[in-house]
Design a protein around this ligand. Structure first.
Ligand code: SF4
Ligand code: SF4
Ligand code: SF4
Length: 327
């Protein structure tokens, strides 16, 4: 009997999600034995033409990590959608827009100016900017276009399941692959992680007061962090109450606050708004302006509350009004 065919692809990605697959180590061996990997450009020499040559629905599943920012990423997502029975958005960037999605705070032209003209690291006296088509020695070279905004995978193609996390925890990857191979998948659209808040699986939850009262918001380097007690109670903006569990509270185990990479539970529509209102409700202050003043201590509010989810948020970011935006 032929084995199910699977693929992996990366779009606007840091490579960490690919590392997570490699980190499966011996856990990946049963997977490799049970399937045929027919597309995985980061590890194996497959080309786009190999995918184009496949019949539709040839792959049982394709895992796509990274957000969508360029025409090439959009074309590949559409191609892989056509060739796969299931598409899994793999990792925060694919699921929610992720770190690349923070670029939606800036319009496209400002990003290009910064990268090619204004950055202190750039020497570009002729103000050359890469073009989508360039004639070179009688030939034409082409580059993908740079879209007006970062999109999530499901703002681009139909997605069947989501594996959250930056990068997804190994145990969740193994569970998801096993469920796919055994045909024991939940309803379409499910996020393949426990649907409870991270605080519920945190080893410090007993030290989290029922009534929190924070009079100063701190950054991790500003204090010596107690290794036993709830980080939020220590004034660090730990987003565990707004974040889906499933990572084993990895950052808290490393004595760092949760920044929300697993995204929201199914009961929350806008992760950043939920995290912001959760933090605001813990701030000490009689008057609204006291609370506002303390929240101003946050150095980077968008990066704090929407670090991984700006493109999927209700705000989506300013760039949606930029020419060429598709989100
Ligand atoms: S989810 Fe995290 S690890 Fe994966 S590509 Fe995005 S930034 Fe990298
Ligand atoms: S706020 Fe953070 S440290 Fe406190 S219980 Fe929740 S996850 Fe743990
Ligand atoms: S603790 Fe928070 S930021 Fe860290 S891995 Fe877990 S969900 Fe992601």
């Amino acid at each position: 009997m032929s084995k199910p065919k699977i693929g992996f692809y990366w779009c606007a990605s840091c490579g960490g999600c690919e590392e997570a697959v490699v980190d499966l180590a011996e856990d990946i061996l049963p997977v490799v034995e049970a399937v045929d990997i027919v597309f995985w450009p980061v590890a194996l020499d497959f080309k786009r033409a190999d995918v184009e040559a496949m019949p539709d629905n040839e792959m049982a599943v394709c895992f796509i990590n990274g957000a969508i920012r360029t025409s090439e990423q959009e074309e590949m997502a559409q191609l892989l959608r056509a060739k796969s029975q299931l598409i899994v958005a793999f990792g925060s960037c694919s699921h929610m827009g992720g770190i690349p999605g923070l670029a939606n705070q800036f319009v496209r032209t400002d990003i290009l100016d910064r990268v090619y003209y204004d950055s202190q690291m750039v020497v570009n006296p002729d103000n050359i900017r890469p073009q989508e088509a360039t004639a070179v020695n009688g030939d034409s070279l082409s580059l993908p276009s740079f879209d007006g905004a970062v999109r999530t995978l499901d703002q681009t193609v139909d997605v069947d399941y989501y594996l959250p996390g930056c990068s997804p925890p190994v145990a969740l990857i193994v569970q998801a692959v096993t469920a796919i191979l055994e045909g024991k998948l939940p309803d379409k659209g499910t996020v393949l992680a426990p649907d409870i808040a991270l605080c519920d699986e945190c080893s410090r939850k007993e030290s989290k007061p029922d009534e929190l009262s924070i009079n100063k918001i701190r950054r991790p380097f500003e204090i010596e962090i107690n290794q036993e007690d709830c980080l939020l109670a220590q004034g660090l903006p730990c987003l565990g109450a707004a974040t889906r569990s499933g990572c084993g509270a990895a950052c808290i185990e490393g004595n760092m606050p949760c920044t929300g990479c697993m995204g929201p539970t199914s009961r929350v529509s806008d992760f950043g708004a939920k995290a912001l209102s959760g933090l605001a409700s813990t701030i000490t202050g009689e008057e609204e302006h006291d609370i506002a003043r303390r929240l101003e201590q946050l150095v980077d509010p968008v990066g704090t509350f929407y670090r991984y989810s700006l493109p999927m948020s209700l705000l989506k970011g300013r760039a949606i009004s930029d020419k060429g935006a598709k989100a």
